[in-house]
Design a protein around this ligand. Structure first.
Ligand SMILES: *Cc1c(COP(=O)(O)O)cnc(C)c1O
Length: 250
């Protein structure tokens, strides 16, 4: 192992241990929680190291960046690319070509465009609906009370395999303000399980990142999206990925 790949390996083990501890504390089995490594800003060489260490999924925020990496690493045929950031309708065509999963669906226009391009490509896409649980108007996602009606429309798009919900919690160090975001998502998922149309599976809760994944696991996360705690600090400011982001509030 090179120095940097042993650093990666150490970080990964540390995160897996923390996930296991959080699961035990919540009375859950670690196999219920998927670790999705988030690789935005991380270069190809490092991602190949991650692959060599056994990672088979990478989360990316921007389509263009993800597509460039997917093309450069097309030789790694079993690597799944998971788009976790807002998608503009006119980029759906690109996403339909290489993404295996899209976690930020929040408009019917995008659903329609994705479905159309997926049909042409003969592909399908796992999809999570993004919910704005913090109420901040800088965040993407549907308002919680709009999700049920939205989900009812989704069976029309046969290439989209709807799996559950995703959220970004409030960026805050104050657990008392972060936790309600996760509770909102879980409560909504539980309610939708009763009302979702046939073919729509509401199992996944993608919530929790480097700073708050233990709390998310306590509240039922089935996928945690972890970037910096695995790959180290990013040199590109997060405002480049999250519009309106101005650092953590207290
Ligand atoms: C970057 C990103 C993450 C990971 O954030 P970290 O704090 O680096 O763990 C999770 N979700 C989304 C949508 C992201 O863009």
């Amino acid at each position: 192992m090179t120095d940097s790949s042993s650093g990666l390996s150490t970080n990964l083990q540390a995160i897996r241990d923390r996930i296991a501890v959080a699961c035990r504390a919540a009375g859950r089995d670690s196999s219920e929680v998927r670790l999705l490594p988030v690789s935005k800003t991380v270069d190809e060489a490092r991602l190949r190291q991650a692959y060599a260490l056994g990672l088979r999924e990478l989360g990316e925020n921007k389509v263009q960046e993800a597509q460039g990496k997917a093309e450069a690493m097309a030789d790694l045929a079993d690597l799944r690319w998971v788009l976790i950031g807002h998608l503009q309708t006119n980029k759906s065509k690109h996403a339909a070509r290489f993404a295996s999963e899209f976690q930020a669906l929040d408009s019917l226009r995008v659903a329609e465009a994705l479905d159309r391009h997926l049909q042409k490509e003969g592909r399908a896409l796992d999809v999570l609906v993004q919910v704005n649980t913090s109420g901040e108007d800088t965040k993407f996602g549907l308002a919680p009370d709009a999700v049920e009606a939205f989900v009812k429309q989704l069976p029309a798009f046969s290439s989209l395999r709807v799996r559950g919900l995703m959220t970004l919690a409030l960026f805050s160090h104050d657990e008392a303000r972060v936790r309600p975001c996760f509770v909102t998502l879980r409560t909504l998922r539980d309610r939708l399980r009763q009302s979702a149309p046939d073919g729509i599976v509401m199992d996944e809760l993608s919530m929790g990142m480097s700073g708050d994944f233990e709390l998310a696991i306590a509240e039922g996360a089935t996928t945690v999206r972890v970037g910096t705690a695995i790959f180290g600090l990013r040199y590109t400011p997060d405002s480049a990925y999250w519009p309106g982001f101005a650092g953590k509030s207290e």
